[in-house]
Design a protein around this ligand. Structure first.
Ligand SMILES: *Cc1c(COP(=O)(O)O)cnc(C)c1O
Length: 385
């Protein structure tokens, strides 16, 4: 690990002993909530006065939400389901933001009735929906930032171009809403804090333009992007978050309210998946690479191997044996269910059907991305220690 978790407990050993001894009959994500707590505290130490709104979609296990409620976290929810999850675990609606820019009117109305007052928008029609179903609500406008260097960039789906922002502020006011400020997402798994600088430059330009037009801005939502360790070195959460906040302060000065929405950085390192080798094969006698098929794949939890973007570390009980390259694939009857082929992974040459493998730092975007049962394979099981 690149960094030790703070605190008196030893989260890794608790997870490791569970991984070594737990009997499972299907791919199983094992989460250590103590490690989530350690990540929360470490991020908080670096983020200072900024509020942490945990991006629930990264791992919606109720026990994790409950732990974060107990720690005083705020939450970023994307749907009625995530709002109900947070409320069910005791979250104060005043601490939940409805951060999806694409919301059903029925869900907006539900959130309003539940006492949620802060909503995201990036389009005029969305502001109209919010004004109609959550009258008087606070809103922030999500802007499209295009120069992200993230390993898992968030594309052009969310946010509006800078030139649209002033008109949306004016429209929000005319609709009786309270436009407080701006949000953006630098891109998930942004490995180095310095990568935030050009994005923050762009957002600061929009911010100053709005102020010059007479808007008093009080909220900057810096989104997620806080990285997890997958093999390439990353800074500790505290160092990284502290550096991001310094970059924010350089550009924005004293902002009344800053929110950050870590998802991956909060939960990825707190979990590991127990899986099994189903088959080791070659396509011909002179095939250069072995094919290793696991009982987990693209459709049962490892969706982020799309484009080979996220490269998980895989441990086996034979890691002391010589290693060789192999193509890693899932079990389903879909040819897209290949995890790593362009850049083969190196696994022990002795690996065989039935071997247990552990996929490290897989606590984010795995359980929530597993299909309900494609090909009859069960969705990823989740055990919270
Ligand atoms: C997914 C998401 C996040 C979390 O992003 P990470 O890169 O996992 O930290 C934060 N904010 C919004 C609006 C999101 O959609």
């Amino acid at each position: 690990m690149p960094h030790a978790a703070p605190g008196a407990f030893a989260p890794e050993s608790r997870l490791d002993s569970a991984l070594a001894t737990m009997a499972v009959d299907r791919p199983t994500l094992v989460m250590n909530p103590d490690r989530v707590e350690a990540q929360y505290r470490a991020l908080k130490a670096g983020l200072g006065f900024a509020h942490i709104h945990y991006a629930v979609k990264a791992n919606p296990a109720a026990e994790i939400v409950a732990r974060l409620v107990a720690l005083g976290s705020h939450f970023d929810a994307a749907s009625r389901g995530e709002i109900e999850l947070c409320l069910g675990q005791g979250a104060d609606p005043a601490r939940i933001s409805f951060g999806n820019t694409i919301k059903k009117t029925a869900d907006i109305a539900f959130a309003h009735r539940a006492g949620i007052t802060l909503f995201a928008a990036d389009a005029g029609e969305e502001l109209e929906k919010i004004a109609a179903h959550a009258p008087g609500a606070e809103v922030y406008i999500r802007v499209l930032v295009e120069n992200s260097e993230a390993d898992w960039p968030l594309s052009r789906k969310f946010g509006c171009k800078p030139a649209m922002v002033p008109a949306l502020f004016t429209q929000a006011q005319a609709l009786g809403l309270k436009p407080l400020g701006l949000s953006f997402h630098v891109g998930s798994q942004t490995r180095r804090a310095e990568m935030w600088a050009p994005v923050l430059d762009d957002v600061a330009r929009i911010w100053r333009d709005l102020e010059a037009r007479g808007h008093a801005l009080t909220l900057l939502n810096i989104g997620g992007g806080f990285p997890a360790f997958y093999g390439d070195p990353v800074d500790t959460p505290t160092t990284y978050a502290d550096r991001v906040m310094a970059l924010v302060a350089e550009r924005f000065g004293a902002v009344a309210r800053v929110m950050a929405e870590p998802g991956r950085g909060m939960v990825a390192e707190a979990g590991a998946i127990i899986a099994e080798v189903v088959l080791v094969a070659r396509k011909s006698d002179d095939d250069a690479h072995r094919w290793v098929y696991l009982d987990i794949g693209r459709f049962s939890g490892l969706a982020e191997t799309e484009g080979e973007a996220i490269r998980y570390r895989i441990e086996t009980g034979r890691d002391h044996d010589p290693h060789g390259p192999c193509i890693l694939a899932g079990p389903s009857c879909d040819s897209a269910d290949v995890l790593y082929e362009k850049r083969p992974v190196h696994l022990p040459v002795t690996l065989a059907a039935g071997d247990r493998v552990v996929i490290r730092n897989a606590g984010a975007y795995t359980s929530s991305y597993a299909s309900v049962g494609f090909n009859g394979f069960p969705p990823l099981d989740v055990v919270v220690l």
